[in-house]
Design a protein around this ligand. Structure first.
Ligand code: AKG
Length: 263
């Protein structure tokens, strides 16, 4: 699958584009079952809310064949290679289930952590989100600063040891200060990324984003696959493999029906 010119332009200007209806309902059902199976894991790869409910599982593609297959789905790989102009590997993947009353995600850039901690040299990567629920204004969409990829890395960011979820989810997150956020939003604005189940989001990994608390009773399940070009690997090996890749094998696309085989 390839993006049309308008989507490529949108990605380049805004920093992201959304492809609706990229996955079929049967494929979403396979992924949802796989995601909840993986969220039953008891290891440190699963970050939990204070009540014990799972919030994030890093490295999902390492723990389940169906989620590994997703990373080689042509709807994912086609646009990723098109936008980056090269073959890619998965630097990090995660399941993010935003439970009612769960944690917020402070403003950050994924590349901030990938560069500072994992040693990824350049921002040649994409955060791909797979929507397994409809996401609207009411169930805590990802909020993002359009055009913020042009700012490069926001150097004022720090790891905030005082945030409520520091020990659980935020240990490696370089949170962007309120002053920097004000400047960014004054200059670029702020948008909510709403999409229906089955959509894919392709976002430059330097875009500043975060999300608020989900006070609705509606679940918000997203899968993330963060890919980087094969010439842009993490060089520190400072974190566990579920946070930062050890396997840099270029991903090769499977057939269109690769996930349907599990339905
Ligand atoms: O899904 C969200 O709320 C944001 C997740 C996120 O930005 C991240 O895990 O880096």
């Amino acid at each position: 699958m390839q993006l049309d010119d308008a989507r490529v332009r949108e990605y380049e200007e805004k920093g992201w584009t959304v492809v609706p209806d990229a996955l079929r309902a049967e494929e979403c059902a396979v992924l949802e079952t796989a995601a909840f199976k993986v969220l039953e894991r008891t290891g440190p790869e699963v970050a939990r809310e204070t009540d014990g409910a799972p919030h994030v599982c890093w490295g999902m593609h390492l723990f389940d064949e169906r989620l590994g297959t997703l990373t080689r789905h042509p709807a994912i790989l086609g646009p990723a290679e098109q936008l980056l102009g090269n073959k890619v590997f998965v630097h990090q993947s995660r399941i993010n289930v935003k439970q009612t009353g769960g944690s917020i995600v402070e403003w950050h850039q994924d590349y901030g952590t990938y560069h500072r901690i994992d040693g990824i040299p350049r921002p040649h990567g994409i955060m791909i989100a797979v929507f397994l629920d409809d996401v609207t204004a009411v169930n805590a969409p990802v909020l993002a600063v359009p055009g913020s990829q042009r700012e490069g890395m926001v150097s004022e960011a720090v790891i905030d040891e005082g945030v409520a979820d520091h020990e659980r989810a935020a240990k490696h997150r370089y949170d962007i200060t309120p002053q920097t956020m004000s400047r960014l939003v004054d200059n670029h604005g702020l948008e909510a990324i709403e999409a229906r189940k089955g959509a894919l989001l392709f976002m430059n990994m330097t875009v500043v984003h975060g999300s608020s608390v989900n006070i609705s009773p509606l679940r918000r399940l997203l899968l993330y696959i963060n890919v980087s070009t094969v010439d842009n690997r993490g060089e520190t090996f400072a974190r566990a493999e579920y946070h930062a890749a050890r396997d840099f094998t270029p991903l090769e696309a499977l057939g269109e029906d690769c996930l349907l085989a599990y339905a």
